[in-house]
Design a protein around this ligand. Structure first.
Ligand SMILES: Cc1ncc(C[n+]2csc(CCOP(=O)(O)OP(=O)(O)O)c2C)c(N)n1
Ligand SMILES: [Mg+2]
Length: 661
């Protein structure tokens, strides 16, 4: 047996084909959990000339999630190395998230020795079958000679529009063949993503949109990935159209300081229908997640009502007319195609746009006022409402001028509206300033924060000097061992645990199921109790600061009172930015909705609303003068709908309940 130490350092092995590609694409990290089979691959990370560092994770779903964060923040594929059947099995949650969010990944799996697989050795199975349905391509190598061919195709596919994960099973013995110095992967084929849509289809779409009496735009992740805020803003202005984001947007797909912004579509069938029904034409712009809800009845009709004519633009055929008929369908990149569409819409001079823009501006002002009022009242409460955390982050980030130097990683599931409204995700930021996933498989944010922090050059003009991850207590408990990697790699990340000691989202989900089926003639189902213990996380209670300490993060703070929140966040941000170490804030947020002191204020026309806005500005200056504010749910984001289309019932806090999944 040759002694490795006696071989010349330039000796090349078949595993080095991977490093040729990583060098070519300037990919600096490989994420994984080691097994014997992966050792030759991981060993390649110890060769300084390869320029690749192996990031040790303590669970495969962490490795996969971290690679997603790296991919997001670099625009390049994340690379993961997992171990046989349990390795790929463990990372399915985030693999699913990556597929839904179209994150480019190359997942390598160390299969057992090729000659042995048929005999069913330890840990082996048909791993391609496991990964297949969540990937663009899943393949097990037939011969070691295939490695350069397969890897170049894998990276090419992961990066080709629409991006996504690819899975490659490598029988481990294939990776240690001697190869010559001249045996190299010459490069990876790159397919430029900015292709424009058919000119005729663009003209037809513009005609339909410009002729609408009440157009609406729904933006999906393709807008964020394409960095196409400016183009969508121009179209929204030309049309006078409100802009909704798809539910569980992976990025900030539209800036929240543009008055057309209406937040994400709601997560219930009737609510989605109500938002879209007032419109005659909808523009589905890179909108992939067209059914982000859990409870649906065919008898109650389609999510986009039949009365709404549809125009769709996407970089793939699947999303065009996916669920219903799209009268105009344009296959093209959003950023590359919108200039032509906008020009055609401008030429057509849509009527009524100015009036609608005025209404949208007034509604956005009114919404800001309602939120100022809500925050002022929240500060006076005994318990901490989640919105205070978002508001405090906004205050600190803007005070320190970090708008282009922070990334917010979101998994504070039942506080989504507050974070989306209050975080500085406006025109000074970029789509990549916000990270979430479309898939909804919990445990995406803490892993992703690792990979985001490992990408200092950033993307879309955003650098991750400050990485803040707000995460529900339940969600954080899927992978708290993330903290070991954060400590081991000295990654200064601010973790904020929204600790309400429960699965609040699921309590809302239970209420939604009962509302939908409790009185339905074909069902009438009711749970044994509406307040089940299995939806709480108590007895024993968690102390997240102590938990983080066990994983090697000694710095943290428990926050229990509203008046501590702002100072705690200011100090924690200073700590992570100056010490270079992670910090954990365990924020004890309210677990049951606070009492409702008064019904929501009735307001109708925009004039009335503006009056309220002025009042709220005063109120923010003197919060002690705050009148009773309904705190049972945060104010709505869809201001245009609330002011101009909603019924009194639809304006109620009940109707603003969170998305459930
Ligand atoms: C892997 C996975 N398991 C279970 C769920 C179902 N689920 C959806 S929301 C939720 C509760 C999240 O609790 P927490 O993070 O504490 O946030 P809260 O709802 O309390 O704000 C659960 C368990 C899921 N989405 N993904
Ligand atoms: Mg919770």
């Amino acid at each position: 047996m040759p002694d490795a130490k006696q071989l010349p350092p330039a000796t090349r092995w078949s595993r080095d084909y991977l490093f040729d590609i990583l060098r070519d694409l300037e990919i600096q990290y490989m994420f994984g959990v080691p097994g014997t089979n992966e050792i030759p691959m991981i060993d390649g990370c110890s060769i300084p000339e390869n320029g690749v560092t192996y990031i040790e994770c303590l669970h495969e779903n962490i490795a996969l999630g971290a690679a997603m964060g790296y991919a997001r923040m670099t625009g390049k594929p994340g690379v993961v190395e997992v171990h046989v059947t349990p390795g790929i099995g463990h990372c399915l949650g985030n693999l699913y998230n990556a597929q839904k969010s179209r994150v480019p990944l190359v997942v390598l799996c160390g299969q057992q020795q090729n000659e042995l697989v048929t005999q069913e050795p330890l840990l082996a199975s048909n791993v391609v079958e496991v990964a297949k349905q969540y990937t663009k391509w899943a393949h097990e190598l037939r011969a070691w000679e295939e490695i350069p061919l397969v890897l170049q195709r894998a990276f090419k596919e992961a990066m080709a529009p629409p991006c996504g994960p690819v899975f490659i099973s490598l029988p481990w013995d294939f990776t240690i063949h001697r190869i010559g110095d001249e045996d190299r992967v010459p490069g990876v084929t790159r397919i430029p993503p900015r292709f424009t849509g058919d000119a005729r289809a663009v003209e037809d779409s513009a005609k339909l949109l410009a002729g609408a009496k009440s157009p609406v735009i729904i933006v999906g992740d393709a807008v964020g990935y394409g960095d196409a805020w400016a183009e969508v803003r121009e179209l929204a202005e030309l049309l006078g159209a409100p802009v909704y984001l798809e539910g569980f947007s992976s990025m900030a797909n539209f800036p929240n300081d543009d008055y057309h912004w209406q937040g994400e579509l709601p997560g219930a069938q009737a609510d989605t229908q109500a938002r879209l029904k007032p419109h005659d034409v909808a523009f589905l712009c890179g909108f992939g997640a067209q059914a982000q809800l859990a409870v649906f009845k065919y008898s109650d009709g389609p999510l986009i009502p039949d009365s709404v004519r549809q125009v769709a633009l996407a970089d793939n055929t699947w999303d065009l007319g996916k669920n219903y008929f799209a009268e105009c369908a344009v296959l093209g990149d959003v950023k590359a195609t919108l200039p032509a569409l906008n020009a055609a819409v401008a030429r057509a001079k849509p009527s009524g746009a100015k009036k609608r823009n005025d209404q949208l501006r007034a509604a956005a002002k009114a919404r800001a006022a309602q939120w100022a009022q809500y925050i002022a009242s929240a500060k006076e409460q005994e318990q901490i409402l989640g919105a205070l955390v978002a508001d405090a982050l906004r205050e600190t980030i803007t005070a320190r001028g970090l708008e282009k130097r922070f990334v917010y990683v979101h998994e504070a599931v039942s506080d989504s509206t507050a974070f989306q409204m209050l975080m500085p995700l406006g025109t000074r930021a970029a789509p990549t300033s916000y990270y979430c996933v479309e898939g909804g498989s919990l445990g995406w944010s803490m892993p992703a924060s690792l990979g985001i922090k490992l990408s200092p050059d950033g993307w879309q003009g955003i650098t991750p000097e400050l990485v803040v991850n707000a995460v529900g207590d339940g969600s954080s408990l899927f992978y708290p061992q993330v903290w070991w990697t954060a400590a081991h790699r000295e990654l200064p990340i601010l973790y904020i645990i929204m600790n309400n000691q429960e699965y609040h989202t699921l309590q809302a989900g239970l209420a939604q199921v009962v509302a939908a089926y409790g009185s339905a003639p074909e069902s009438g189902w009711h749970p044994v109790t509406m307040t089940p213990e299995y939806l709480t996380i108590r007895k024993p209670d968690f102390d997240f600061v102590a938990l983080a300490k066990a994983f090697g993060i000694p710095d943290g703070r428990v926050v229990t009172k509203p008046d501590e929140v702002y100072e705690a966040i200011r100090d924690a941000v200073t700590f992570v930015m100056e010490s270079g170490r992670a910090f954990v804030l365990d924020v004890r947020t309210n677990s049951t909705p606070p009492p409702t002191p008064a019904p929501p204020k009735k307001s109708g026309a925009a004039a009335k609303v503006l009056k309220a806005a002025k009042g709220a500005a005063k109120l923010a200056a003197a919060p002690e003068a705050a009148p009773a504010v309904d705190l049972s749910a945060p104010p709505a984001l869809d201001a245009f709908f609330q002011e101009f289309h909603a019924t009194e019932e639809e304006r109620s806090p009940e109707a603003r309940k969170q998305i459930t999944f």
